[in-house]
Design a protein around this ligand. Structure first.
Ligand code: ADP
Ligand code: MG
Length: 252
């Protein structure tokens, strides 16, 4: 069990503010992100919700650097990163599909690529052990992904993001492949991780319950635009319109 007060000797607490300024994305003639303006504060747990196809993944991919922006500006820690390669943005992304390396052990999956980052070589093994213990996968370090359950695979995928000491975590529907019970357990796990590390987190989901229970603030997206931003109860009690009310499940 991890708690907010616990020490993480090998993982430093890193965080940064994220700013989107009039961000637009077109694929050919289709404008799928249309002038998004948003600030995510340092250490904030910000959830993007909206129906399938509204642009959640595209927004996240632009923040991470996997996709170029067509117009507008993305700033991390005050610096414009539009032209900064993904690997140099100080972020880590967790996907629904886990994206683990099938031929590598859990230990190798966690340490892969660390050699190229800041971590001194001798410290990598200790960092991996610490993160594995944090996520309760320390007994699985010598297994291959195929010998893990879905929940364990997602813990490894999250661990792989944690060892990189990102300033900002990006999650793209990380729990969608899990059954209802595991989703509840992993929600708690990710919330504890946030309390412990204090990173900025941007979490994409189409699940209203996840958004309501995990978010400091929710960003409701519709057709590539921000419909409303607010704390969960603000959106629930004062939805800007029927779309937000319907999506958040408030009684208006
Ligand atoms: P969400 O994650 O909210 O379901 P996406 O960001 O995946 O939505 O997609 C938003 C819109 O952009 C959709 O209409 C989708 O078809 C389109 N889209 C996403 N990626 C591409 C791409 N590489 N080429 C063309 N259209 C794309
Ligand atoms: Mg998506």
């Amino acid at each position: 069990m991890t708690t907010a007060g616990e020490q993480t000797p090998h993982i430093s607490r890193r965080t940064a503010r994220l700013e989107l300024r009039n961000v637009t994305k077109s694929f050919g003639k289709a404008e799928v992100i249309r002038g998004v303006d948003l600030t995510v504060e340092q250490g904030e747990f910000c959830v993007f919700v909206g129906p399938s196809g509204c642009g959640k993944s595209t927004l996240l991919r632009m923040i991470s650097g996997l996709e170029n922006v067509t117009a507008g500006e993305i700033r991390i820690g005050g610096d414009v990163v539009n032209d900064v390669p993904a690997a140099e943005r100080g972020l880590a992304m967790v996907f629904q599909s886990y994206a683990l390396y099938p031929h590598m052990s859990v230990r190798q999956n966690l340490s892969f690529g660390l050699e190229n980052l800041r971590t001194p070589r001798g410290q990598i093994a200790e960092t991996v052990e610490e993160v594995a213990a944090m996520l309760q996968i320390d007994m699985l370090l010598d297994r291959r992904p195929k010998d893990l359950s879905g929940g364990q695979r997602q813990r490894v995928a999250i661990g792989r993001a944690v060892v990189r000491e990102p300033r900002i975590f990006l999650f793209d529907e990380p729990l969608s492949n899990l059954d209802a019970e595991l989703r509840v357990e992993m929600r708690g796990e990710i919330s504890r991780l946030h309390a412990r590390l204090g990173n900025t987190m941007v979490y994409v989901t189409h699940d209203q319950v996840e958004a309501m229970t995990m978010a400091d603030r929710i960003v409701v997206l519709r057709d590539g635009q921000v419909e409303q931003v607010g704390a969960p109860l603000e959106l629930y009690n004062s939805p800007a319109n029927l779309f937000v009310a319907g999506f958040i499940g408030s009684p208006r």
